[in-house]
Ligand binder design. Structure first.
Ligand SMILES: Nc1nc2c(ncn2[C@@H]2O[C@H](COP(=O)(O)OP(=O)(O)OP(=O)(O)O)[C@@H](O)[C@H]2O)c(=O)[nH]1
Ligand SMILES: [Mg+2]
Length: 453
């Protein structure tokens, strides 16, 4: 869907409901005229200066619906790039509804979700990675996530992509220049220097793509699955970490049948904790394969805690650890011993393994710290960019193109052939920033937005 930018749109920009203030946003060529039909202040919206605020009354004729402020933004110096009015009125259920219906009667229409930002994109106020940063900021599940999104909105990612683009265009330029002089068989840049430059760009591109997983932690939280044999104390640990009795605990093995997921905030990070059904050992294999839900939880987890009932021995859960390690080699695993209150811990060789008692609370604080340090270290390389799946896919496609250019250089391919792949990489970079875009991509990006943004 490509919205017409010739009509005027309007929506409540603040959450509906009881609140001190509400803000209604109007954008489009008729914004000022429509507001002037209802606004009575010392100056009309049409005549107000750019970037000024005006107090007055809203209502039809002599009627007074509410005292309001009008914030005036004239094209192109506004969020959408169009003429924009932001109306500040009192919160609550009725006033903003009434003002919006007046504006609709005046000839505007209700904005679609994300339509203000879509217009900002179409008017080149924001590029696509900045648009994605806006969505990330609104939905951020961590303080750090919101901070990084803000840096991306400020242009951090755009700047990095521009530097990749400049580097690649420079190389294309040199190759094409050589083509112009092909009769004379000159080489403007030695091939090994070109190769080195391409490798350097490719390295940075891969590194950027590889931060997508960490970015997803900042965007949507860190997932931990607590697994273990029945009765290990998983539900007890789950409750101890949550600081409340959420999961049922009993001495009957197999108490937890499904899984339970709860979220907690740790040092500004959202951590999603899942308590799972105990994994039984059948014959000599672990029933992991059979317990599909636990399996998919492990698959999605950023950290798996294998909880061992130490009263059954220090190595009781080792087969489970090995099994998880073998099936999910990329997922970090921590073995944690539970029920240390029932064993003699005086000379137990715990270090560097973690040990606690979900029952007495001993060791829970250290476990919390250990978890937090995994969460922190999983996101350390994310500074100014929250790479998402769309961007990571495109970055990896660019890297494939560059690999093919390097391979071409090695077999002395023609400049023409090399330039084709390089141009493709530049085009793919443009898809990341939205310089070249198709409506489907835009629809997907904007599907995360709410009305009024
Ligand atoms: N002494 C002691 N008992 C514990 C501790 N943690 C849990 N238990 C007991 O161990 C039993 C099983 O605890 P749960 O938390 O239900 O264990 P679970 O791993 O969730 O068990 P399933 O859901 O059946 O797989 C209960 O009787 C708990 O009270 C602990 O640290 N010390
Ligand atoms: Mg349980």
């Amino acid at each position: 869907m490509t919205p017409s930018t010739s009509d005027t749109i309007c929506a409540l920009a603040t959450p509906p409901g009881v609140a001190g203030l509400a803000i209604i946003r109007v954008s489009g060529p008729r914004s000022f005229a429509i507001c002037d039909a209802f606004f009575k202040g010392s100056v009309s919206a049409e005549n107000a200066h750019d970037h000024t605020i005006h107090f007055g009354w809203w209502g039809e004729g002599e009627e007074r619906v509410d005292s309001v402020t009008l914030m005036i933004y004239r094209t192109p110096r506004s969020y959408t790039g169009e003429d924009v009015v932001e109306i500040g009125c009192h919160g609550g259920l009725f006033v903003s509804d009434r003002i919006i219906s007046d504006i609709l009667v005046g000839g505007a229409r209700l904005a679609d979700p994300g339509e203000f930002t879509r217009r900002a994109f179409l008017n080149r106020k924001l590029d696509l990675v900045q648009v994605e940063a806006v969505a990330d900021m609104i939905h951020a599940e961590s303080h750090r996530g919101a901070q990084v999104a803000a840096r991306q909105l400020a242009g951090g990612f755009t700047h990095r992509l521009t530097s990749f683009r400049t580097a690649l265009l420079e190389i294309v330029g040199l190759l094409e220049l050589e083509l112009d002089f092909s009769e004379e068989d000159v080489e403007f840049v030695p091939r090994d220097s070109l190769r080195a430059r391409l490798l350097a760009v490719d390295h940075e591109i891969r590194q950027t793509a590889s931060s997508a997983q960490a970015a997803s932690v900042l965007r949507s939280g860190f997932h931990i699955a607590v697994v273990g044999f029945p009765n290990a104390g998983k539900s007890s640990l789950f409750n101890a970490l949550l600081l409340r009795d959420r999961a049922i605990v009993s001495d009957i093995p197999g108490t937890t049948r499904d899984y339970i997921r709860e979220s907690l905030l740790m040092d500004g990070y959202t951590v999603h904790l899942a308590d799972t059904a105990g994994l039984r050992e059948t014959a000599d294999t672990i029933e992991l394969e059979g317990i599909a839900i636990t399996r998919s939880l492990i698959e999605q987890a950023d950290l798996v805690i294998v909880l061992n009932d130490i009263s059954l021995g220090l190595h009781h859960s080792d087969p489970l650890v090995q099994d998880v390690q073998r099936r999910y080699p990329d997922t970090p695993i921590r073995l944690v011993h539970n029920k240390i209150d029932v064993v003699d811990t005086a000379n137990a060789p715990f270090h560097p393994v973690l040990a606690c008692s979900a029952k007495t609370g001993a060791g829970i604080d250290s476990l919390r710290q250990a978890i937090l340090s995994v969460v922190r270290s999983s996101t350390t390389n994310v500074t100014d960019v929250l790479v998402n799946a769309r961007q990571a896919t495109l970055l990896l496609a660019i890297s494939d193109c560059l690999a093919s250019v390097i391979e071409g250089l090695d077999r002395h391919a023609s400049n023409d052939e090399l330039a084709v792949d390089l141009r493709t990489s530049v085009r793919l970079l443009g898809e990341i920033t939205g310089e070249t875009w198709n409506p489907d991509v835009l629809d997907t990006v904007f599907s995360r937005f709410c009305i009024g943004k």
